[in-house]
Design a binder for this molecule. Structure first.
Ligand code: NAG
Ligand code: NAG
Ligand code: NAG
Ligand code: NAG
Ligand code: NAG
Ligand code: NAG
Length: 380
């Protein structure tokens, strides 16, 4: 049996200290607020992923049962709310757009792609090709229509070439999941493409571990925006975990090794700037910006995922402190306070306004912590 109160003791003995996680009643309010407030393409995408990791963990790439997904869902593993998000998105999609959302962003709509692929794979009516068509159209847009740099990096913007750290969460995890489900040579090409997109984005955006936010195009943001670092690290983590669980994993061992290095270099650079109360700053290496809980939650989630992946626990104390700060920053109504305003990047939410994506980051953090704690329990 899983007894959370014994974990700190087991952890201390093994020098792998772990604290208790967020409470279920808090998480349910966090989830409800995420559900009610999310509407933009990438918010729907990260919500679908957060629901999968939080509630249907056996279907997520962080589970060893990820591939292949079940051909049919049942009453205990039914992914009901993930499918509801997919249905909402597909119902709103007009027949003349091939992306999952009509959007100014070339990258953000793909964030819903994994959920659509899961809906296809597990659908009850095997003659229904609507999910498969929606996913393959979205892929076709990325492969054939989205603007690219000369090196081949897929733009985050539809009207011009502009690279964002955020895109690493929106596009490569979809390419990788698509490739993992297809298998064979076509699948291998997509797995490689997921890796290459990360490599090209890193070449353009990363400075010694910290990622700049936006480069190229008609404006740039050269700051090391904390949430952008979170998107990049979390996107790399999903691709790493996807590669690692595919049938073709052994053909991608160099790529996996590079991703491990890149995730670790980012996490190490990020946590060097953690404040004593556990927070990160909105611009990671500028403590005259402001404390930001959103990025703190997302980057802590990746830190637990990496510890679970390779057993290196050197940054766990940072993640533990971040988790405590997040717990203390959720109000009685279930909103995470003290987040960056995700629409300006440069100001804070006020208490009247909230961040939908940050609500999802809390669920990602909890899920990562929970899975790590469960693994620690079985290996100690
Ligand atoms: C429901 O599906 C899950 C995932 O495929 C499986 O592990 C579980 O055994 C199934 N439960 C029942 C009651 O069939
Ligand atoms: C879906 O699963 C949840 C949790 O296991 C359960 O409470 C709910 O009744 C299920 N819904 C259906 C339609 O089976
Ligand atoms: C949809 O699912 C079927 C299996 O039911 C699979 O053959 C097909 O490749 C899937 N489509 C996509 C785009 O993954
Ligand atoms: C998956 O990752 C683990 C941890 O790095 C590694 O030991 C293992 O060999 C990888 N598996 C495959 C099949 O690549
Ligand atoms: C901010 O960073 C500077 C330079 O690293 C350091 O001297 C100062 O103590 C920091 N201030 C706070 C509030 O952390
Ligand atoms: C954490 O510390 C920073 C200053 O380093 C401060 O701005 C922020 O409000 C603190 N957060 C909490 C939740 O106390």
């Amino acid at each position: 049996m899983y007894i959370p109160s014994l974990l700190p003791l087991a952890g201390a003995l093994l020098n792998r200290t772990l604290q208790s996680g967020l409470k279920d009643n808090v998480l349910e309010k966090v989830r409800a607020n995420m559900w009610d407030s999310s509407s933009k393409s990438w918010e729907m995408g990260v919500m679908a992923e957060a629901l999968t990791e939080y509630e249907w963990a056996s279907l997520s790439v962080f589970s060893d049962t990820a591939f292949p997904p079940p051909a049919a869902l049942n009453s205990s593993v039914n992914a009901s709310d993930v499918l509801e998000v997919v249905h909402t998105v597909l119902a709103a999609k007009s027949a003349d757009t091939i992306t999952l959302f009509a959007d100014e962003s070339a990258g953000d709509p793909a964030s819903m792609g994994c959920a659509v692929l899961l809906a296809n794979w597990t659908r009850g009516d095997k003659s229904d090709t609507s999910y498969s068509t929606a996913a393959s159209d979205q892929l076709s847009y990325l492969l054939n229509d989205a603007p690219r740099t000369d090196e081949g990096a897929i733009s985050h913007r539809a009207d011009q070439v502009q690279l964002w750290s955020d895109s690493v969460y929106m596009v490569p995890p979809f390419l990788a999941y698509y490739g993992a489900l297809q298998g064979g040579d076509d699948g291998a090409q997509l797995l490689q493409m997921a890796y290459d997109q990360i490599r090209l984005h890193r070449d353009a955006l990363a400075d010694d571990g910290l990622w700049r936010h936006v480069t190229l195009g008609d404006w740039e943001d050269d700051t090391h925006w904390a949430t952008g670092n979170g998107w990049a690290a979390a996107g790399m983590m999903r691709v790493l975990q996807t590669l690692n669980r595919t049938e073709q994993a052994t053909d991608f061992s160099d790529q996996q090794a590079h991703l491990v290095t890149w995730i670790r270099e980012t996490l190490s650079a990020v946590w060097e700037h953690q404040s004593s109360n556990g927070t990160l700053y909105n611009v990671i290496d500028d403590n005259t910006s402001f404390a930001d809980t959103a990025s703190t939650a997302l980057l802590a989630s990746v830190t637990y995922r990496m510890a679970a992946f390779d057993g290196n626990t050197g940054l766990n104390s940072k993640a533990n402190r971040a988790l405590s700060l997040i717990e203390a920053s959720i109000d009685d109504d279930g909103w995470l306070l003290g987040t960056v305003d995700p629409y300006t990047f440069t100001s804070r939410t006020t208490g009247e306004t909230h961040s939908p994506e940050a609500q999802a980051f809390v669920l990602l953090l909890h899920s990562a912590w929970r899975d790590y704690a469960a693994q620690l329990k079985t290996t100690s």
